[in-house]
Design a protein around this ligand. Structure first.
Ligand code: MLT
Length: 244
């Protein structure tokens, strides 16, 4: 299995998607939040590219649903939830549909269209993602969402954690320096992930917005044993059951 790491959606090339499995990383916070929501029993997460399309979907949606997401790290007007991963619980959110739009993470999911399979990865579920990918066997592109068009080390750490997990399971071949850098960064920082995330570009945004507690949640390596899979057009994230 070959592994490539792409540091920003705008650097994606057709060969990064064709016959590839893509894993999208937005560790602070979108893919962590999606993973936590699915672990709490949320039915599905519908992905939107703009506030207006999400709000319009909310107006016509039949059934239990919540608008969630952020702009400038805070909850947009008219939304039910922001983008904090620790708000979900089974009692309140089981079988609910989330309508989600964020600045970077949902953009990266939309940019992954055309891949053979798309999964949602983070530090919280790195072990679970490596487990799924190890069984799949297809060549990989680990896509980092970045922050407002800039490379973000928190996403690279997420990709590095999955590479580290895969390497302990199956033979892998790192296809690029970015893949090598991701693995090296994770191995160098694995004992101080919370500090590393705080110092990252995304971490600065989260701290500036007064949401520092989210960083500890997002840095909690392998704390959630579920994986989201992206299906259909427009994309919907659901719990991966090993089959679909
Ligand atoms: C995003 O998707 O843009 C990030 O998750 C931003 C955030 O959570 O504030």
């Amino acid at each position: 299995m070959t592994i490539d790491v792409v540091l920003l959606p705008r650097e994606l090339r057709p060969e990064h998607l064709a016959q590839k499995t893509v894993v999208v990383f937005d560790v602070l916070r979108a893919t962590t939040t999606m993973t936590a929501a699915l672990a709490a029993g949320v039915k599905e997460i519908r992905i939107f590219g703009s506030l207006d399309t999400a709000l319009a979907a909310g107006r016509s949606f039949q059934g239990p649903h919540l608008l969630c997401g952020e702009r400038n790290a805070v909850k947009p007007p008219g939304f039910d939830l922001g983008n904090s991963p620790d708000v979900f619980n089974r009692e309140l959110h089981r079988n609910t549909t989330l309508l989600m739009t964020t600045t970077n993470g949902t953009v990266a999911i939309l940019a992954s269209k055309g891949a053979e399979a798309i999964f949602v990865g983070a530090l919280v579920n790195a072990h679970a993602v490596a487990e799924v990918l190890g069984k799949g066997g297809r060549d990989l592109t680990l896509l980092c969402a970045g922050t407002e068009g800039y490379v973000s080390s928190e996403d690279v750490l997420g990709a590095g954690a999955v590479i580290d997990g895969l390497e302990s399971r199956i033979p892998i071949q790192l296809k690029s320096d970015t893949a090598w850098m991701a693995r090296s960064l994770f191995r160098a920082e694995r004992m101080r992930l919370k500090d590393a995330l705080s110092e990252s570009r995304g971490g600065h945004n989260i701290r500036r917005a007064g949401l520092t507690p989210d960083i500890a949640f997002c840095a909690n390596l392998n704390s959630i044993d579920v994986v989201g899979v992206v299906q259909g057009e427009p994309p919907v994230v659901r719990l991966f059951d090993g089959e679909s």
